[in-house]
Design a protein around this ligand. Structure first.
Ligand code: GDP
Ligand code: MG
Length: 716
């Protein structure tokens, strides 16, 4: 049988530059961030110039011991569908740590090339690595590259193709005598329990993580006995012993490999981190940074807002609508079609596009921060905070990714090993406002708060508070109880982000937003226009003069009572909230259409002033709270369903999000109204009851099942 194509798998630690290299090799544009755990899905692409060669981008992993879902995905990929070759990408500035994975890859017996990445950084630091020595000791080709600058990529490709075609696999390095003895004893005990192929890998994995394998109970017992006596002899547990053995090999491999200038003991990154991750300063700095990030994009004097105002008032106010209108009039287009185009499509899509400049500013600042490595520190900082509430910092990485879009954020929860923590993270990730929610925030900020700088940051911190409160509440329930998972993350060094990477990330996010405006939002706007313009008026069905007589007003009116206790029980707000489930931008485009129809004659006027008529500042913020926290859009619900992989848990997430959003908005509106107007009503009583219920859920005593779970915590 001849093989059609060659597959080459890219394996490496998180943040080693795997995606950058993948993009270099395939010409694809994948998402790059300077924090671990961005790539969670297996991605494939064709090698540039070699369409017969498939490159697989595996998840970033520190080991192949199958402790986390990602490690399991990667090891399955390498064992079940073994590729023709592996390119093992190694961060050259962090050699020892990265070679840990290399040791395991060599055990797999698959043809391998080691790519030592970050050559540009090494030479900037004045460090030199003896690659020949490394290659001899590892027994496989070693190529020094810079994925970012694209240097020596062709050499890497040539070596990878060579080993793939020859099928020549490197030999695993030999451990120290006693440990090799343990391995051969285990080999005898496990016999046919393990497959012959890649046997050495399976043996070490059986020692490290026997539960991840399907061993016969009898063999498992014998293996445990072996391990136990070895542990007693060496006076340590097997996990640490294996780690120790591997690092001993790594020490031999790198001995005398480093030349040139040895980097300072305290690097610049360490110095920055002393301040940025300082026990006392870390949180205040984080608050200031995120306030700046969100404030800058939505604040009335910000650069994005200036452009947004121009787009909203001039481009989609004074310029486009009158021009299109006179065209349509000239062509003699029917009135209803004019209205569909002007009040439906242009008003709806235009309303959303208007917020693009603010969004670009947000994406730009975020991409810059991601590129520097600051966001990775945030996960580390949040771990300290989250841990107090029973959450792990691991849960924060999905939320960092989710600032762009909840879908990849929810997917990033795969890095979490503990099933209960993973489910909880999937449930709460969308509380962090995604890019599509920015227009809602900006709309409310602009129309009711005069573009005050604090509105957008407050929405972000509201999201974080919602996550923490949910963490506390859910952790006290049986399905979620348990200690937080250990969180080990290596902090990448601070770097100046590459301009290209930043721009590409902004472009991709902005473009996907524009694409959405041209498809989902466009369609929704048309539907909303149709439903709003048709209805019964003066006894007959047809196009209505007054939008209040339209079907939409009736439909919205029928459900508006649900939102009455939250302060926005009018049909427009109800319709906007419901259409927001399709895509969050719809909240804004819906208002664009609904006000567009009502105000045909006033083309050019800033329609957002009209919004202020429907709200008070208190009810507007309650509207914001509900729309930010409630069920996300269809796409994100789809992601939740995939990650939960269970209808029950998906419904749990949807139900929890809705009820939680409702309670928060209710408490805010009722108590806010009471405090600002002094009027104590029946609603206030409900608000107080909801608040007491919420506080009870937060502060009630924890039951004892927490303790029994401690022993089940994964060993690390
Ligand atoms: P992954 O997590 O392994 O997929 O890593 P990424 O490809 O996302 O890269 C992580 C960070 O390292 C990004 O900020 C990249 O710009 C940066 N990076 C990747 N390769 C190089 C390189 O060769 N030199 C330098 N200086 N930075 C790099
Ligand atoms: Mg990646």
């Amino acid at each position: 049988m001849t093989k059609q194509a060659l597959t080459i798998a890219l394996a490496g630690n998180p943040n080693s530059g795997k995606t950058t290299l993948f993009n270099q090799l395939t010409g694809a544009n994948q998402y790059i961030g300077n924090w671990p755990g961005v790539t969670v899905e297996k991605k494939e692409g064709k090698l540039k110039g070699h369409p017969q060669v498939i490159i697989q981008d595996l998840p970033g992993i520190y080991s192949l011991s199958a402790n986390s879902l990602e490690e399991r995905i990667a090891s399955e990929q390498l064992t079940q569908h073994s590729p023709d070759a592996i390119i093992n990408i190694v961060d050259g500035t962090n050699l020892e740590r990265n070679l840990y994975l290399t040791m395991q890859i060599l055990e797999m017996g698959i043809p391998t090339v080691v790519a030592i990445n970050m050559a540009d950084m090494l030479s900037r630091q004045g460090a030199k690595l003896d690659l020949d020595k490394l290659s001899k000791r590892l027994g496989c080709p070693v190529v020094g590259i810079s994925a970012l600058k694209g240097t020596h990529i062709n050499e890497l490709i040539a070596e990878a193709l060579k080993v793939a075609k020859s099928g020549q696999a490197p030999k695993a390095l030999a451990y120290e005598k006693d440990f090799e003895k343990l391995l051969s004893d285990a080999d005898a005990v496990l016999g046919s329990d393990l497959q012959e192929n890649q046997r050495r890998y399976w043996l070490t994995r059986a020692l490290e993580n026997p539960e991840s394998l399907n061993l016969k109970p009898a063999s498992l017992d014998e293996l445990s006995a072996l391990v136990k006596s070895y542990e007693e002899k060496e006076d340590d547990d097997i996990q640490s012993l294996i780690t120790f053995e591997r690092y001993a090999l790594i020490d031999q491999v790198v001995e005398g490999v480093r030349g040139g200038k040895v980097p300072d003991a305290v690097s610049t990154s360490d110095k920055i981190d002393r301040i940025v991750t300082n026990r006392w300063l870390a949180l205040p700095i984080f608050v200031v940074v995120m306030t700046l990030v969100f404030g800058l994009s939505v604040w009335s004097a910000g650069p994005g807002t200036f452009l947004t105002d121009w787009v909203n008032e001039s481009l989609f106010g004074d310029i486009i609508p009158p021009a299109v209108e006179s065209l349509l009039v000239n062509w003699g287009v029917a009135d209803w079609l004019q209205s569909l185009i002007l009040d439906g499509i242009i008003a709806g899509v235009g309303a959303v596009l208007g917020f693009l400049p603010q969004m670009v500013v947000l994406f730009l600042v975020l991409a810059f921060l991601e590129g520097t490595g600051y966001m990775a520190r945030v996960a580390f900082i949040m771990d300290r905070l989250f841990r107090r509430f029973g959450l792990s910092g691991k849960s924060f990485i999905p939320m960092l990714v989710g600032v762009g879009c909840s879908v990849p954020g929810i997917m990033a929860s795969r890095t979490i090993e503990e099933e209960r923590d993973r489910r909880m993270t999937v449930t709460v990730t969308s509380f962090i406002p995604c890019g599509a929610k920015l227009p809602i925030i900006a709309l409310i900020a602009g129309a009711l708060f005069g573009g005050a700088w604090w509105v957008a940051p407050s929405a972000y911190f509201l999201g974080i508070a919602a996550v923490i409160i949910s963490g506390i509440i859910l952790k006290k329930t049986k399905p979620f109880a348990g200690p937080p998972a250990p969180f080990v993350m290596e902090l990448p060094p601070y770097r100046w982000p590459a301009v290209g990477t930043v721009l590409r990330s902004v472009w991709e996010r902005a473009w996907s937003f524009v694409r959405k405006a041209g498809t989902v939002i466009l369609l929704s706007s048309i539907v909303i226009w149709v439903l709003s313009s048709l209805g019964w008026e003066n006894g007959s069905f047809g196009l209505v003069e007054d939008v209040e007589n339209g079907l939409m007003a009736k439909l919205g009116g029928a459900i508006a009572w649900i939102f009455k206790p939250l302060g926005f029980g009018n049909w427009r707000a109800a319709v906007a909230t419901i259409t927001g489930l399709v895509a969050k931008e719809n909240v804004v485009s819906t208002y664009g259409v609904l006000y567009g129809i009502g105000e045909v004659s006033e083309a050019g006027e800033e329609i957002w002033h009209l919004l202020a008529r429907d709200f008070t500042t208190v009810s507007a913020y309650a509207f914001l709270i509900f729309n930010l926290i409630c069920v996300p859009c269809f796409a994100a619900i789809g992601a939740i369903k995939r990650e939960m992989n269970s209808a029950r848990w998906t419904w749990f997430a949807i139900g929890y999000q809705t009820i939680f959003a409702y309670v928060l908005a209710l408490v805010y509106y009722q108590l806010g109204t009471w405090f600002t107007t002094g009027a104590f009503t029946v609603g206030t009583v409900f608000g107080i009851i909801a608040l007491v219920g919420l506080l009870y859920m937060i502060f009630r005593r924890q039951k004892d099942y927490q303790k029994s779970m401690v022993s089940a915590a994964p060993a690390k």
